[in-house]
Design a protein around this ligand. Structure first.
Ligand SMILES: Cc1cc2nc3c(=O)[nH]c(=O)nc-3n(C[C@H](O)[C@H](O)[C@H](O)COP(=O)(O)O)c2cc1C
Length: 370
């Protein structure tokens, strides 16, 4: 693990001279080797397979699925099971589950392991009412006995390491993560990810990584720091000042895989329009393959703004795309706007490894888009 810098532990100030963390260094969660110190965050409605594979290509050492409902897994809900499709080039991959019943979570974890996940991640961070009202997500931080029972049940159900992702606590100023974190490790968590905002904060204010350093000092497992990592400088500072084993990037990577390359390698070159279009078209094709045209065409709309923003294309261009009915039409317009993207796209497609997904004994339609 990275040694905490002597100064600035609580302030996360950036001292370029004292910061020397190699983001390309590999690290381990038990016997799972993670090739870089950058983790791509789980994001509901975002972290599809195409997003995760792209994240790995751009330098994320570990990628995560969005949270998957353990009730959905238990009832063999087809859409839920679709989240358990794992491609060969995603590894190492964490699949995240949420729920409030230890037994059901353990059963779900078994299926997640069989699907090919390298880690089972347990969600104790989701602040959304739809989840918390069922007793799952962040509410479990205020029920440490149940939270520990879940981790214990999951850890004894699977051979792969179990990780937990959590917030600082439920209410503003809470320090619950510091009490619960060590107990979760005792219960079997092989790593903890901390997003040091309260559930009440949702995504407002800032992530207080002083809590991350406190957590690091309390546990003997690697800690992943999540929240507001939007540049290489911020990543270096958080790693050096907290002693976290890795940083996690979420919103910063939406429509912007180039940020991962910048963080890991210091390659801050802006992508050309052709590169942006090639990546977006590949992403569209992969997502259609995964979700089928109907679901993909509405799912993808938010990505158009994310990719084409950052001053890359004039704003009205995105408006033109989001009203189109089919992804084929979207592709056509994108390529017309940057024809030089075509050879890049061909190159990207040629370099993609063949699909060697783990196929579980699941309903055929789950694999429909593939
Ligand atoms: C749209 C969206 C969906 C998210 N979904 C999940 C999720 O399914 N599971 C989870 O643990 N965290 C989820 N998060 C939280 C992120 O993983 C991350 O901890 C948070 O966004 C802070 O990191 P950032 O500042 O890099 O975005 C989500 C965040 C966003 C913005």
């Amino acid at each position: 693990m990275v040694a905490a810098a002597q100064d600035g532990v609580n302030t996360c100030e950036y001292h370029p001279k004292t910061v020397s963390v190699d983001l390309r260094e590999s690290w381990r969660i038990r016997d799972v080797e993670i090739p870089t110190r950058l983790v791509l965050a789980p994001m509901a409605g975002v972290s599809v397979q195409a997003f995760r594979r792209q994240g790995r290509r751009f330098g994320a050492g570990l990628v995560c699925s969005e949270m998957v409902s353990c009730a959905g897994i238990e009832h063999r809900n087809e859409r839920t099971l679709g989240y358990l499709r794992v491609a060969g080039d995603e590894h190492p991959l964490a699949i995240q589950i949420f729920g409030s019943e230890p037994r059901a979570m353990a059963e779900a974890a078994k299926l997640v392991e069989a699907a090919g996940a390298d880690l089972v991640d347990v969600n104790f961070g989701c602040p959304v009412r739809k989840v918390t009202k069922t007793g799952a997500g962040a509410t479990l931080l205020d029920e440490p006995a149940r939270a520990c029972a879940i981790v214990e049940a999951v850890a004894s159900a699977v051979d792969v390491p179990v990780s937990v992702k959590m917030r600082r606590g439920l209410r503003d100023g809470a320090r619950t993560c510091l009490e619960v974190g060590p107990r979760l490790v005792e219960a079997g968590a092989a790593t903890l990810t901390l997003h040091p905002r309260s559930a009440q904060q949702m995504y407002t204010g800032t992530a207080d990584h002083a809590l991350t350093s406190e957590l690091v000092s309390l546990v003997d497992v690697p800690v992943i720091a999540s929240g507001d990592i939007t540049s290489r400088a911020k990543a270096q500072t958080v790693l050096a000042t907290t002693g976290a084993a890795a940083v996690m990037v979420g919103r910063g990577a939406q429509g912007n895989p180039w940020i991962l390359r910048e963080i890991v390698d210091g390659d801050g070159r802006d992508p050309t329009r052709e590169e942006v279009v090639a990546e977006l078209v590949l992403f569209i094709r992969e997502t259609v393959r995964e979700l089928g045209e109907r679901r993909a065409s509405s799912f993808l709309k938010k990505f158009y703004g994310w990719y084409l923003g950052h001053g890359r294309f004039p704003r009205p261009f995105k408006q033109e795309l989001v009203v189109l009915d089919s992804t084929e039409q979207v592709e056509w317009l994108l390529i017309a706007a940057a024809p030089g993207a075509l050879p890049l796209l061909e190159l990207l497609e040629a370099e993609l490894p063949g699909s060697d997904e783990v196929l579980l004994d699941l309903p055929i339609s789950v694999y429909g888009g593939g």
